[in-house]
Design a protein around this ligand. Structure first.
Ligand code: ZN
Length: 94
C-alpha cells in the first residue's frame, strides 16, 4: 500500500448519547427472546432518561459532559443498541 495515500475516511456512524453514570458495570440481563438470549448491558439515554439495552459491554466512541452540570456523557455507537439486532425486537416496542 502506498504510504502517501491516506486511508479513506470511515463512514460516519450513528451515535446515541447516554449518561455515563447509568452504564451498567456488567451484563445485567439476558434477552428474554428465546431465539436470542443475548447478554445485555443497560444505560439511560440523555434524550429521555430511558434505559436502553446494548449488545455487549458499553464502550464510548467519545465522551462529553452536560453543559451546566458537568454530568458525564458517553457517546455510543447506535448499532450496539439491542433493538436493532434482536430477532425478537418487536417484543421491546410496547
Ligand atoms: Zn434479543
Amino acid at each position: 500500500m502506498d504510504p502517501e495515500t491516506p486511508p479513506p475516511p470511515a463512514p460516519p456512524i450513528q451515535t446515541i448519547r447516554v449518561w455515563a453514570d447509568t452504564v451498567s458495570r456488567g451484563h445485567v440481563a439476558t434477552c428474554r427472546d428465546r431465539r436470542c438470549k443475548e447478554p445485555l448491558w443497560f444505560a439511560k439515554t440523555c434524550a429521555n432518561d430511558r434505559a436502553m439495552p446494548f449488545d455487549g459491554e458499553i464502550k464510548p466512541v467519545s465522551t462529553d459532559t452536560e453543559p451546566g452540570t458537568g454530568r458525564p456523557i458517553w457517546v455510543v455507537d447506535r448499532r450496539r443498541v439491542h433493538f436493532g439486532n434482536c430477532p425478537g425486537a418487536r417484543r421491546f416496542r410496547k
